[in-house]
Design a protein around this ligand. Structure first.
Ligand code: MN
Length: 574
């Protein structure tokens, strides 16, 4: 069976994968309510599309925040609900993701822009990588139903998919997704060429497939002799669209395409990769200049594998790819495979405990990604054209336990401390960067190892607001400071006007007094009345806010006019 020769994504409308409670469930219910009654062009419920997009995002392990955003991605654009509603319900992070997705969707592309500029526009308008990943999932879902679009839009949509989104997926190391998107788009962009190619290639495919399967036992035996137990050996057919592009370069001469069907050997370790290569080269003569070591020098998108082309059985040309299981998974999933650490991090933050991914290789990978533009590869001219860097504004630092923390450029140890835990931030008194004491406003650099020094019962300083970069740190610092000032205000004795009155004791007097304060809109904070021993004279004490001096005079005049009043005096107490 050929792998990858059919589109691997089945229609997934099941909601069984959605947890019974929690964020994803809430997002699902919100989306269900928002899209209720809406249908897509083919007549299926609109919600199906949202579930499908979220399922892809879930399969790529992008974390529950991204999954929730995927469920909500069309709410702002297509329903009466606004971004404010989403922010109120799900918080700023998800609202920002949805906002980014809405902006991409409603983006006005320049009329005559080429695909290169469009890719740049798309990338530069995206601040959070997850926005692009959810967008790719959206594209994948929409491409599956692209048939239902009107002909004009269909072609344009397919073209965008092949020229903007598929290269983007490739760029992110998501080879499989990239190939899927291209192959889905191909028949709509070049219908005639597609027909020709599929017809032309069909016989070649099955012929070469049979051949590849014939050599598998020979390879297996040879590997065994070298004490290598492969995880799997299978054959992979070249994708149609990439084959088409290759044929354009080779005068449409199929016989010059050696990797129409390639044999893929998956082994356990890197050592075994090279050992297997040695075994293959002993078995069959390698074709000169066709060996590529993408393990020692990975492709800029992170792809790792050994490629060689040999004259195999019956002297026929066969391409062979050798990689580890881990490489294979990463080659398929790309950045999504590496994005998992984000999920660990954010859930750790929520659970108020800290567990991180302890793998420096991820760090290297992220760095590699951030260096795309510097390592332009001549095989891949898109790289050169891509001058926008996703990670331009981000730095990646480490905890002493090698957990990776990503922060905006310019972030300080205080930002780092709050990212780990609000208590660590509040109690932060100093920081060690790479083992040396550093000022709290030190500008952290990628690869710095940061250790926060804390003391119990410490408070953030107002001064920190001057230099912190993350809104998370700002929010926590302000919260603590506000809490403090509220406490101080309470303790402060606010000046009060104390008014004493004496009069003949009679019913209703107290009411008349309070009425005067009320009419003058002076707030009473304390009220007491006394009757003397003989019951003849009554005195009243009123404490109130302090009005302006002339209003105090007015107040005195009005109080004196109350019948039976003997005496009124006042003082301002502190
Ligand atoms: Mn959508």
């Amino acid at each position: 069976m050929l792998t990858e020769d059919i589109l691997p994504y089945n229609l997934i409308m099941s909601t069984e994968w959605i947890p019974k409670e929690g964020l994803i469930r809430r997002a699902y219910e919100f989306a269900e309510k928002a899209h209720r009654g809406t249908k897509r062009l083919r007549g299926e419920p609109y919600l199906d599309h949202c579930i499908e997009v979220a399922k892809y995002v879930s399969d790529w392990s992008l974390g529950e925040t991204a999954i929730a955003a995927a469920l909500l991605h069309d709410v702002v654009e297509d329903t009466e609900y606004t971004l404010k509603n989403i922010e109120k319900e799900f918080g700023l992070e998800i609202a920002n993701l949805v906002d980014g997705l809405t902006k991409i969707e409603t983006m006005e592309y320049p009329e005559k822009a080429d695909s290169e500029s469009l890719r740049k526009i798309l990338i530069s308008s995206t601040k959070d990588l997850r926005i692009l990943l959810v967008k790719l999932a959206d594209r994948l879902s929409n491409m599956r139903t692209v048939e239902s679009l009107p002909p004009e839009r269909k072609k344009k949509y397919a073209w965008e998919t092949a020229e903007i989104y598929a290269p983007l997926a490739y760029r992110l190391g998501m080879q499989k997704l990239s190939g899927d998107l291209e192959d889905m788009a191909f028949p709509f962009i070049y219908p005639d060429e597609y027909k020709w190619l599929t017809k032309e290639v069909k016989d070649d495919y099955s012929e070469r497939q049979e051949y590849a399967e014939k050599v598998v036992p020979i390879v297996t035996k040879s590997l065994k002799e070298h004490k290598i137990e492969p995880v799997s050996i299978d054959s992979r057919a070249k994708r149609y669209y990439s084959l088409y592009k290759k044929l354009l370069r080779y005068d449409m001469d199929m016989s010059r395409v050696y990797d129409l069907v390639a044999l893929r050997i998956v082994v356990q370790t890197v050592e075994e990769c090279y050992a297997a290569l040695g075994a293959i080269h002993q078995l069959w003569q390698p074709m000169p200049n066709r060996f590529k070591d993408y393990i020692a020098r990975p492709k800029p998108n992170g792809y790792r594998s050994l490629h060689t082309t040999v004259f195999a059985l019956d002297n026929k040309i066969l391409e062979i790819q050798i990689r580890t299981k881990e490489m294979h998974e990463e080659n398929e999933l790309g950045i999504a495979a590496h994005w998992a650490y984000q999920q660990v991090k954010s859930s750790a933050e929520k659970n108020k405990k800290w567990t991180g991914v302890k793998d420096k290789s991820e760090m290297l990978w992220m760095e590699q990604l951030s260096n795309w533009q510097k390592h332009a590869n001549d095989e891949d001219d898109f790289l050169e054209s891509l001058k926008v860097d996703f990670f331009k504004d981000r730095i990646f630092v480490l905890t002493p336990q090698n957990d990776i923390i990503d922060l905006p450029a310019g972030a300080t140890p205080v930002d780092f401390a709050y990212r780990i835990h609000s208590d660590v931030g509040d109690n932060c008194v100093g920081a060690k960067v790479n083992g040396k004491i550093a000022p709290l406003d030190y500008e952290l650099q990628t690869r710095d190892v940061v250790d926060i020094i804390t003391q119990k019962n410490r408070k953030p300083s107002e001064d920190w607001l001057r230099f912190v970069k993350t809104s998370l740190a700002k929010k926590h610092i302000r919260e603590v400071l506000n809490e403090d000032s509220r406490r101080i205000r309470k303790k402060l004795i606010i000046p009060q006007l104390e008014t004493k009155m004496a009069n003949d004791d009679r019913p209703g007097y107290l009411k008349e007094v309070t009425a005067v304060f009320g009419e003058m809109k002076i707030n009473i904070t304390f009220l007491q009345s006394f009757t003397d021993n003989r019951g003849a004279l009554s005195s009243v004490i009123v404490r109130s806010d302090v009005p302006s001096p002339d209003r105090i005079q007015k107040l005195m005049v009005r109080l004196k006019k109350i019948p039976g009043t003997k005496e009124v005096n006042h003082k301002i107490s502190r």
